[in-house]
Ligand binder design. Sequence first.
Ligand SMILES: [Zn+2]
Length: 454
Amino acid sequence: MLLLGMQHIARGASIVAVRVWPSKDYTRLTIESDGEIKARPFFIAEPPRLVVDIEGIDLIPALRELVAKVTSDDPNISGIRAGQNTPGVVRLVIDLKQPILPQVFSLPPVAAYQYRLVLDLYPTQVADPLEALIAERLAGKPKSQPRLDKTLTPESAPAPAPASASAPVSAAVPDPLGELIARQTGRPASSTAKPPMASTSAVSKPAPDMPLPPAGKTDRLIIVALDPGHGGEDPGAIGPGGTREKDVVLQIALLLADRINQQPNMRAYLTRDADFFVPLHIRVQKARRVSADLFISIHADAFFTDRPQGASVFALSDKGASSSAARWMADKENSADLVGGVNAKVKDAQVQKAMLDMSTTAQINDSLKLGSAMLGEIGAVGKLHKPRVEQAGFAVLKAPDIPSVLVETAFISNPDEEAKLRSETYQVQLADALMRGVNRYFARNPPLARNRPV
Ligand SMILES: [Zn+2]
């Protein structure tokens, strides 16, 4: 009787994996377990640290592994300590390099993952991404690998009533355009504008070594947002040889960024420049915050069989997909948030706030032109899966004011194309083709004057 009773005592969850994803945007800690685990986080300001009591587990080697996984170059975490607080409760103390706003949430099993407890640590001080682009322009020497991707907290507006440390959080995000305008005019754009910084007060003066724009073209800075798909917890598609979509698309995006930065008056802005997850709506929000002129999302297809091959380019559709294959692809890419892991409460609030009722008709027309220009160039270096731009409801293409395309560079599920995607030669050819596509688009559709002083 007693033995039987003991067998029924609930067993605590076992930890199957721990992962750390550092980035300038935020650092994510993931604790994956075979059952749900509960966490009680609380923040201590001085010195800044996050304490998390995790119930239902004992201190096991996997948690000590988490301690070892934090590297000294993590922008947000200086170290983790783990200790058995009381039986069945492990206390993690996360020492921080700066004040952060934590988001702690649980995710149910999905794809290859079991239960995940996620700790996202967002810095409270948010750098201005547009400022970084302008600083580079003034310096006149774009870096070979732009590291422009500054911190972005989930949304600048207050989230609805955060009830506990695990509820949605918000941070004060400066308005990049407002500040630039204030600097140029000498007038504050709003009562909340920060005082101008001396180092960036010369925004209107062109740097002496900047090439002059071609006659008749705009002389303002053209910003091309590049969006390497997936990242962090979301590997994207995986090829038969183990190649991960998130890795090859980042490599291609960095090569394309180099080429864009070599164009006069053109700068690349990356929605991610490292291996971390960026939710789909945050990708759109980031591009809008720098008032990007174009948005190019870079992916690699996969199918159940290894036969399909070739590149495709997609634009948004406001009337349904142009084919069932396009709809299938959009559904697949739109599920990235499930695998990558977003805090559903925060996302719902942000997406509701977004201007989803703004018309996208003009955007779609421009996106189709951009897509055709790119398809033409990609077709010169590789196979095309479809000879025309397809359309479907991709969440990442929904910025109403930015021509946006999603490029599926090749089928990573096809062994030949997987090998090409890994080869630097093909990555360079592809980046060159995409660059020519962008230039071809601007040659026919010169960028409009914008209400932006740069
Ligand atoms: Zn993808």
